[in-house]
Design a protein around this ligand. Structure first.
Ligand code: PFF
Length: 453
C-alpha cells in the first residue's frame, strides 16, 4: 500500500464539502420531496429536523470518532476502537451495505442520465399518459437501464481510483458549488411561475392533522439515508480528516448543508408542481413521471426556458448522485485494498465489478426479467428496503452501543473534545444522545417493523 493511498483530505473545507457531498444526493433531491409530498409537507419537515438533531448529528459524530481515531478502513477502525475482533463485523457490514446501496442507487442515477440525454434531445414532451408510458418502456427495457447503471458506476470508479486528494476532494470541490448554483437557478425559475406560492405554502406551513407514527418513522428512515448513517461511510471519510478537525462542528455543518439542499429541492419541485395543479404526492415516480410534464406545462409559453430547466434539473440529479456514489464506492475500495493488501486500483476494480453485478440485477428487476422479483417486489425495492430499514439502522444502533457503553469513556471524550477544546455541555448532550436516545429510538423502529408497537 503506497503512502499516497492513505493521504487524507488536503483542507478542512475540502473534507466538509466531500462529506456533505456524500450526504447530499438523490436522498435530498428525489426521496425528500416525494416523502414530504406524501407525509403532509411542513409537518414532515419539522419531524425530520427533530430526527436529525436527536439522532442524526450524534450518529454522525460517533462514526467520525471511530474513523478518525483509527485512520483506516471501516472494518479495521471498529476493531481498533473496540479492541475486539467481533466489532470489526460492524465495519464489514457497513462495507457490504454500501455495495448493495451503490448497486441500486446507480440504477436510479442511470435513469437520471437517460432523462438528461432525452432532455438534451428535445425533452419528453407529450401528455401525462405519454410520459408515464415513456418511463415504463424505458425502465422495462432489458438493455439501456443496465448500460446506464454500469456507466454510472464506472464514472464513479474513475474518480475514486485517483485517490482521496486528487480524486474525491477535487471533484467534490467542483461539483458541490455547481450543484448549489443549479439548484438556485431552478428554485428561482420555479418560484416565479404563476401560483407558485401554493407550493411554498405547502412546504413551509405545517398541517399537523397528517401527523402519525408513520410520519415519524419515515422521517427517521429519511434522516439515516440522507446523512449516510450506518454504512460506515462517515467513518471512512473521517479516517481522512485532520486531527485538529472539530467533529461536532463538522457534523452540524454537514447536517445543515444537507437540510438546506433538501428544502431547496422542495422549493424547486413544489411551486412548479402546484402552479400546474399537480399534487406532488405521487411517490418515487415523482421526478420521472410527474415532473417532465410539470416542466413542459409550466413553461409552456416559454419553451426554451422549459427546455433549459429540464436539462439543468436532470444534470443536478446526476451530479448529486455522483457525489454520493463516490462516497459509497470509497467505503468498499478502502476496505478491499487495505484488507486484501492490494493496490487502490485493484481494490476499486473489485468494488466496481461487485456493484455492477448488483446494479445490473436491480436494473433488470424493474420489469425486464422476472428472475429478480421476489414476493412481488423487484430486487431494487428489496435492496432499498433491506438497507434503509434494516442494515443502516442496525449499523447505527451497534455504533451507538459501542461508543455509549463499550469503549472507555476517556477515549471517546478525548476524540470528541479534541483533547479538551470543545465545551463540556456539548459533550454531555452528545453522551446522553448516544447512550439513550439513539438506541431507544432505533429499537422502537425495529419493534414497529415487527408489528410489536
Ligand atoms: N446520503 C445519500 C443521499 O441522500 O442520497 C445516500 C447515501 C450515501 C447512503 C452514502 C449511504 C451512503 F453510504
Amino acid at each position: 500500500m503506497s503512502n499516497n493511498s492513505r493521504a487524507g483530505f488536503a483542507t478542512k473545507f475540502g473534507a466538509v464539502l466531500a462529506t456533505a457531498g456524500s450526504a447530499v444526493g438523490l436522498g435530498n433531491v428525489w426521496r425528500f420531496p416525494y416523502m414530504t409530498g406524501h407525509d403532509g409537507g411542513a409537518a414532515f419537515i419539522l419531524v425530520y429536523i427533530i430526527c436529525v438533531l436527536m439522532l442524526g448529528i450524534p450518529g454522525m459524530i460517533s462514526e467520525f470518532i471511530i474513523g478518525r481515531h483509527a485512520g483506516s478502513n471501516a472494518a479495521r477502525a471498529y476493531r481498533r476502537l473496540a479492541s475486539g475482533k467481533w466489532w470489526m463485523l460492524v465495519g464489514v457490514m457497513g462495507a457490504i451495505t454500501s455495495m448493495i446501496i451503490l448497486g441500486f442507487y446507480a440504477v436510479i442515477a442511470g435513469w437520471c442520465l437517460q432523462y438528461l440525454y432525452a432532455s438534451l434531445m428535445g425533452g419528453i414532451s407529450g401528455d401525462a399518459a405519454y410520459v408515464a408510458e415513456y418511463f415504463k418502456e424505458f425502465t422495462t427495457d432489458p438493455l439501456m437501464p443496465a448500460v446506464w447503471t454500469v456507466a454510472f458506476i464506472v464514472l464513479t470508479h474513475l474518480v475514486v481510483v485517483k485517490g482521496v486528494r486528487s480524486g474525491i476532494e477535487k471533484v467534490s470541490n467542483l461539483l458541490m458549488p455547481t450543484l448549489f448554483i443549479l439548484l438556485i437557478i431552478i428554485v428561482i425559475a420555479s418560484c416565479m411561475l404563476p401560483g407558485a406560492w401554493r407550493g411554498v405554502d405547502f412546504l413551509l406551513n405545517p398541517d399537523f392533522s397528517k401527523m402519525n407514527h408513520n410520519v415519524f418513522l419515515d422521517a427517521l428512515g429519511q434522516a439515516f439515508f440522507s446523512l449516510s448513517l450506518g454504512t460506515a461511510c462517515l467513518c471512512t471519510y473521517a479516517s481522512y480528516f485532520k486531527r485538529s478537525a472539530n467533529l461536532s462542528k463538522t457534523a452540524c455543518q454537514i447536517a445543515l448543508i444537507d437540510m438546506l439542499v433538501a428544502i431547496l429541492a422542495g422549493l424547486m419541485i413544489f411551486p412548479a408542481a402546484f402552479s400546474v395543479g399537480i399534487n406532488p404526492d405521487s411517490g418515487p415516480s415523482l421526478i420521472f413521471i410527474t415532473l417532465p410534464n410539470v416542466f413542459h406545462e409550466a413553461f409552456g409559453s416559454m419553451p426554451v426556458i422549459g427546455y433549459v430547466i429540464s436539462i439543468l434539473f436532470y444534470m443536478l440529479l446526476a451530479l448529486a448522485a455522483l457525489t454520493s456514489t463516490i462516497s459509497m464506492h470509497e467505503i468498499g475500495t478502502s476496505f478491499l485494498y487495505e484488507e486484501l493488501h492490494v493496490s487502490r486500483r485493484t481494490g476499486a476494480t473489485i468494488e466496481t465489478v461487485i456493484c455492477s453485478v448488483i446494479g445490473i440485477m436491480c436494473a433488470l428487476s424493474c420489469g425486464a426479467s422476472d428472475a429478480f422479483v421476489f414476493f412481488g417486489k423487484s430486487l431494487l425495492d428489496c435492496c432499498d428496503f433491506f438497507t434503509a430499514q434494516i442494515l443502516m439502522p442496525l449499523g447505527a444502533f451497534l455504533t451507538s452501543i459501542l461508543l455509549g457503553w463499550i469503549v472507555p469513556r476517556r477515549l471517546v471524550h478525548r476524540e470528541f473534545t479534541n483533547s479538551g477544546t470543545v465545551s463540556r455541555h456539548v459533550w454531555r448532550i452528545y453522551l446522553f444522545a448516544v447512550r439513550f436516545v439513539c438506541p431507544i429510538c432505533i429499537i422502537a423502529v425495529f419493534l414497529h417493523q415487527a408489528g410489536v408497537i
